[in-house]
Ligand binder design. Structure first.
Ligand SMILES: *[C@@H]1O[C@H](CO)[C@@H](O)[C@H](O)[C@H]1NC(C)=O
Ligand SMILES: *[C@@H]1O[C@H](CO)[C@@H](O)[C@H](O)[C@H]1NC(C)=O
Ligand SMILES: *[C@@H]1O[C@H](CO)[C@@H](O)[C@H](O)[C@H]1NC(C)=O
Ligand SMILES: *[C@@H]1O[C@H](CO)[C@@H](O)[C@H](O)[C@H]1NC(C)=O
Ligand SMILES: *[C@@H]1O[C@H](CO)[C@@H](O)[C@H](O)[C@H]1NC(C)=O
Length: 763
């Protein structure tokens, strides 16, 4: 007894723990249906229910000592958790209720029996798409075939031949769809079809022809079919409709799309249905470009009449609206002028061609005629009146112009006579004109080029004629910033820089420059500025740091704004160029001085060194003989350079030295470079590398001495005294032949010549 009680308690406890005392367990119900849930109440006391944690009113449940029954009518939650609680809020058990829906809205079609024909049904089913559901199309009226086709989507198709025996073409048949899930099964409401009403034919094949002002559509007629057309242009689409003018011509449907826009792309499609059967798909969309329609051509012919020149000839500038470029038609325009006669109508004689759009018109009244030809036949024409000079016609007065945000506002006073309207034409360059018509005595001109001067003319219109034009004062569409810099030039010096700039000369519609400000700064220094007036376009920047990079730009300041030039970088010089010049002059003077002093010293030194100290032992006392009797071996050493017949000590050449060099090609006559020949030989004497100017003399001297030297060698073959050599120098100077040679060769001998001066005082 006790043991069985224990087992019972155990079972109850375990069933409470597992929540097994609420039934039915996790049911699926059809949405909107009712359900009763039972909670087994093993514990004494009150019981209550919660749905998704919200307590349910106790009136919904019916409780006795052992059970609590909850009735939920019209359950629509797709999924809800229901729990049964004891009074002390202990959960006694729970269940999850899920709902499913029935498939609905079945529609079935039979595709066109041409070729392969399919029986296709589609339906709706609201369900979690993750659920695996098997659908079956059931034929409830068929005797042998209950399941027509299976699928896992909400559409199902089957070849018509497989079911044609069961489904009659004329009679009704009853279809429903079954949705089967592992936990539930739902059936749609049955639906009745008649095959003849579900045949969907193939889309028609459409041909489109573009005619001047409409599109012609044609496609094949099917038995008992009805059709719809839709078309679209850029930005708009028509609703599908049965065209009013749809007509059967033989075996074709024919219709027109009228009032099409010229030169536009139209996309057209057609669909048809058999009787009350569903529409076919739309035919392949075809796009066609419509033709240019005469009705859409608005030439807006107008003209601007310039002042007459001295021959009373006026230039008339004709203007008209061109046909849009999207049109593929090739049109030719002709502009002609014809004298205007009051009662001459439609007579074209005396027409004169104009040059492009410019007609030269005399003082009489004229008409300007514009004709447009398409394929050599007249397509459209227009004409405009040019009044005679001085003709009594209305004219506007008191034209006022102003600008506002890039547009020009024009207003004027109406003439006394009644007029139908006004034409305003305006140009910024005399070639491109714009024009617009108004009924009022004012107009706003938009779409102007920025900062351009416009000439505006207002002409009254009446009775197909025009009055005289009145021109407004030229006005800029906008006044721009002042000055337009061409370039900024900088000439940098040591501590200053000269900055100059150019501005484009007198551009119309530029604001006037009030002054220029030159801004300059070092790389990291503060920005400095100098202001100059508008007549000056250069400035010298002072007090700059030497050897420093500066940046500079110029700003033009006007009443309408400022314009900044491009920025220039420049670097001041390291040294003052004047200082460098002074320094280099001083330097060269110094060098010359040093050289001359050095040379003098060297000469003196050499002289001093080579003067033998007289041996008093060898001296004898004698009387001083006069110079004229020869100085040979006088024994008394005297410094007597002044006694040399030659003025220049450089000219003294030691004959002995000359003799020593006799192995060198020292022959009388011409030598290519006697100086260089001797360079290697002379080592002892003071060496002076003389500049070119000196070398000529020196070479001459060298040269002049050679003939003499050889003469000496050949005649005596013994060292001679300087006194003799001296005398022979004079001889040599008289020998003219080698000199000539030397002078001939001289121009070739450009390199510096080394002069060897033998400071040999007394042998
Ligand atoms: C309590 O109600 C349930 C269900 O309605 C029923 O099966 C059971 O017999 C009832 N018990 C008593 C004691 O009335
Ligand atoms: C659905 O059909 C497939 C095969 O067609 C089958 O394997 C599966 O068990 C079916 N599922 C249900 C819920 O009937
Ligand atoms: C504008 O009008 C002025 C004054 O009549 C004339 O000098 C100038 O050439 C005209 N400019 C153009 C572009 O027609
Ligand atoms: C012309 O002027 C009137 C009043 O001055 C103004 O209301 C109107 O907008 C103006 N029209 C144009 C085209 O500027
Ligand atoms: C020019 O420099 C002065 C001081 O040197 C300064 O006060 C002034 O604002 C500067 N002008 C401009 C336009 O920067």
């Amino acid at each position: 007894m006790y043991s069985s009680l224990a087992v019972f308690i155990l079972i109850v406890t375990s069933s409470i723990c597992k929540g097994q005392n609420v039934f039915p367990k996790d049911p699926y119900i059809e949405v909107g249906s009712s359900i009763n849930i039972v909670c087994q109440n093993s514990v004494q006391g009150k019981i209550y229910w919660t749905l998704n944690s919200e307590r349910i009113n106790e009136s919904w449940s019916n409780t006795n000592s052992s059970h609590s029954v909850l009735s939920l009518p019209n359950f629509t939650h797709s999924s809800a958790t229901l729990q049964c609680h004891s009074a002390n809020t202990q959960v006694l058990g729970g269940t999850i209720i899920r709902t499913y829906t029935k498939p609905s809205n079945i529609s079935c079609i039979l595709t066109s029996p041409i070729g392969e024909s399919w029986f296709i049904c589609t339906w709706e089913h609201q369900t979690d798409s993750s659920l695996n559901i098997n659908y079956t199309v059931m034929c409830n009226s068929c005797s042998n075939l209950t399941e027509i086709c299976n699928s896992q989507e909400t559409t199902c198709k089957i070849k018509y031949v497989n079911i044609s025996a069961e489904i009659g073409y004329v009679g009704n048949f009853n279809i429903s769809v079954r949705a089967k899930h592992a936990a539930w099964e739902a059936f749609s409401e049955p639906q009745i079809f008649k095959l003849i009403k579900i045949v969907k034919i193939n889309p028609p094949e459409l041909t489109i022809t573009t005619v001047s002002d409409h599109l012609l559509l044609e496609w094949k007629v099917k038995k008992k079919d009805r059709c719809q057309v839709k078309y679209s242009t850029a930005g708009s689409e028509s609703t599908p409709e049965v065209p009013k003018n749809l007509a059967k011509v033989e075996k074709q449907w024919i219709t027109k799309i009228e009032n099409v826009e010229s030169c536009s792309n139209y996309t057209v499609a057609v669909r048809c249905a058999l009787g009350l059967a569903p529409w076919s798909d739309w035919s392949r969309e075809q796009t066609v470009l419509t033709k240019l329609n005469q009705r859409d051509v608005k030439l807006h012919l107008w003209r601007n009449v310039a002042e007459a020149d001295k021959n009373q000839v006026r230039k008339v500038h004709a203007m008209w609206t061109e046909i849009p470029s999207t049109c593929q038609e090739t049109l030719t325009y002709t502009i002609k002028q014809t004298p205007y006669k009051q009662n001459m109508t439609g007579v074209d004689h005396m027409e004169t061609s104009c040059d492009n759009s410019i007609c030269d018109v005399n003082q009489d009244a004229h008409r300007i005629n514009l004709k447009v030809f398409l394929n050599e036949s007249l397509f459209v024409n227009d004409s405009v009146y040019v009044p005679a000079i001085g003709e009594s016609l209305p004219r506007v007065t008191d034209i006022q112009t102003s600008t506002f945000e890039g547009a020009i506002l024009v207003s004027w006073k109406a003439p006394q006579q009644p007029v139908s309207g006004y034409m305003i034409d305006y140009t910024h360059n005399g070639n491109q004109y714009s024009w617009k018509e108004t009924k009022y005595t004012n107009a706003t001109l938009f779409d102007l080029l920025d900062k351009k001067p416009y000439n505006i003319t207002v002409t009254p219109l009446f009775e197909g004629k025009t009055g005289h034009g009145t021109q407004a004062l030229q006005i800029c569409s906008r006044v721009g910033d002042p000055g337009d810099f061409t370039n900024v030039n900088v000439q940098a010096k040591h501590k200053s820089a000269f900055v100059s700039w150019g501005v484009k000369s007198q551009e119309a519609c530029r604001g006037a420059v009030v002054n220029y400000i030159v801004f300059y700064s070092t790389q990291d220094g503060p920005q400095l500025n100098v202001t100059v007036d508008n007549t000056t376009q250069h400035i010298s920047l002072k007090d700059l740091n030497p050897n420093t990079q500066y940046r500079v730009y110029v700003k033009a300041v006007g009443h309408t704004g400022t314009t900044k030039s491009s920025e220039r970088l420049f670097e001041t010089k390291r040294f003052d160029p004047a200082l460098i010049t002074a320094l280099s002059v001083c330097g060269s003077i110094l060098i010359v001085l040093v050289l001359s002093v050095g040379l003098c010293c060297a000469i003196q030194w050499k002289r001093f060194q080579e003067k033998p100290v007289p041996n008093p032992g060898n001296s004898s006392v004698g009387s001083w003989r006069p110079m004229a009797h020869g100085q040979v071996n006088s024994g008394i050493w005297r410094f007597q350079p002044l006694s040399y017949p030659q003025e220049n000590i450089f000219n003294v050449v030691d004959p002995e030295e000359v003799q020593r060099t006799s192995t060198s090609p020292l022959t009388p006559g011409c030598h290519d470079n006697p100086a260089s020949d001797q360079t290697e030989e002379y080592t002892d004497p003071v060496l002076v590398t003389a500049p070119d100017i000196q070398s000529e003399d020196a070479v001459e001297h060298e040269e002049t001495q050679h003939p003499e030297s050889t003469e000496l060698l050949s005649s005596e073959g013994s060292p001679s005294s300087p006194y003799r050599s001296q005398s022979s120098v004079e001889t040599a100077a008289r020998t003219s032949e080698p000199c000539k040679c030397v002078s001939l060769k001289q121009p070739d001998k450009t390199p510096p010549v080394t002069i060897y001066v033998t400071l040999d005082m007394f042998g």
